[in-house]
Design a protein around this ligand. Sequence first.
Ligand code: ATP
Length: 301
Amino acid sequence: MNISISLSSAACKPLVNFQPALTTTESLLFQHHQKQRKDKVVVIMGATGTGKSKLAIDLATHFPPAEIVNSDKMQVYKGLDITTNKVTEEECRGVPHHLLSIVANPNYNFTANDFCHHASLAIDSIVDRDGLPIIAGGSNSFIDALVNHDSTFRLRYECCFLWVDVSLPVLHSSLSARVDRMIEAGQINEIREFFDHSISDYTRGVRRAIGVPEFDEFLREEARGGDERIKKKLLEVAIAMTKVNNCKLANRQVQKIHHLYKIWKKNMHRLNATESVFNKSAWEDDVAAKGRRIVQKFLYD
Ligand code: ATP
């Protein structure tokens, strides 16, 4: 008798239903095996101004081919590069970056769902190229949505979380100095070019970026051709508010990271970058080398 065996997926499907129930040990082994087969993703978290982008680029150059996926909700918009602290081409050192400057409409609210969609596409494509995806950015609600709430991502990927931490009092003074450097680098002109006097709603899109609402009054006064003394005062207030709001953002981000740390403790590693704020050479030992060792272990052990 001739028996023809069909290898079509329809013919194979019923076999799944005849799998015997797994014992607890088998089930644990199965889960372990599945975990082993998951692709790996490195996630770099931390408050604004702690050095996440720098660490991401450093790790990418040490574990090639690696590519970076931005998870900062303001850096996804085109423009305002100084204001939102985007990495420069020189700083990227040839490492491909995804989700940077991808939204042209400044009024569009790029949501956590949008992030999950675009980040998943980028991560899948990096893995298809046999590369290591490194997610880096300060929007913890985006990372939370992808890692904790996107079941497709959770099933396919295993994450190692690196938390770049700088003690808050030290971070506050470093953020204040960073605002001064941004002003020197041309931030006021960047915001002036973006400014639209017919819009006073700063609750949407990239207009929420710290630095944009803060300069509104100064730019209106300037557009009116106002008094020099008033303009000077308004400029001082705008810069001071930008500094204060950056510090408030850092406080909120650290709070959220502490919350996520409770969930991911096992896979989350804190790198203390406080010393490196005063002493640039401490970065290599305290953050970069430590980060490389953790990623090495995560990828190959
Ligand atoms: P939240 O739920 O509070 O929006 P989140 O973790 O999703 O938190 P954050 O990255 O903490 O998002 O951003 C919160 C706010 O901080 C933004 O709406 C924006 O005002 C400001 N902000 C965040 N990143 C930047 C940036 N790169 N440049 C300027 N402002 C920023």
